[in-house]
Structures are given as structure tokens and as C-alpha cells.
Write a new protein. Structure first.
Length: 93
């Protein structure tokens, strides 16, 4: 289960870094073990609150069980763990 996030990207042309806690109250109906679902919900919520669409490119989620961070990157229109990224050009498609 993820308990904390750090979201990085740009909003209105400026670099932005947001952070906060992840809990069932703030993320209703979201599987708190599903990183991409948390990030999609979070980016949608942040964009709505700001009234602007941000370009979000990286998010770190802290896993309470392992007490470590998983880094997710926005690649090919979806969120992927950095460890799952297809860094070679032939793996990207």
C-alpha cells in the first residue's frame, strides 16, 4: 500500500513539485496498491483544483510495507514504473 506521493511536472509553464499523504479518504474508491491508478486520480484532481492542465512527468510513491519509493514516469501516454521502462528503441512499441 502506498502512503505518500511526490508529483513532478509543469503547470502554467513553471516547474512544480507537489507532495502529500495517500489515504482512503483522499483517494475514495482507488486501490491504494495500484500506482498508476493513484497517479491518474491525483493528476486529474490537481488539474481540476488548479483550473489548468499540467504536464506531469514523474511521480514517486512511498510503499509502506517495504518503506521504499517506486518512481513512475509518464511514457507513451501511460504511467510506468521506472524499472519497467523500455529504454531501448526496439522495446518502445
Amino acid at each position: 500500500m502506498y502512503i505518500y506521493y511526490i508529483l513532478r511536472g509543469t503547470q502554467a509553464g513553471k516547474a512544480v513539485e507537489l507532495e502529500g499523504d495517500i489515504d482512503e479518504e483522499s483517494f475514495p474508491g482507488i486501490d491504494l496498491d495500484n500506482g498508476p491508478a493513484i497517479i491518474s486520480f491525483l493528476t486529474h484532481k490537481v488539474n481540476q483544483e488548479a483550473g489548468k492542465v499540467g504536464f506531469w512527468e514523474e511521480c514517486e510513491l512511498t510503499d509502506s510495507f517495504f518503506n521504499r519509493e517506486d518512481t513512475f514516469l509518464f511514457y507513451n501516454d501511460r504511467w510506468m514504473k521506472r524499472s519497467d521502462m523500455p529504454w531501448r528503441k526496439d522495446k518502445g512499441h
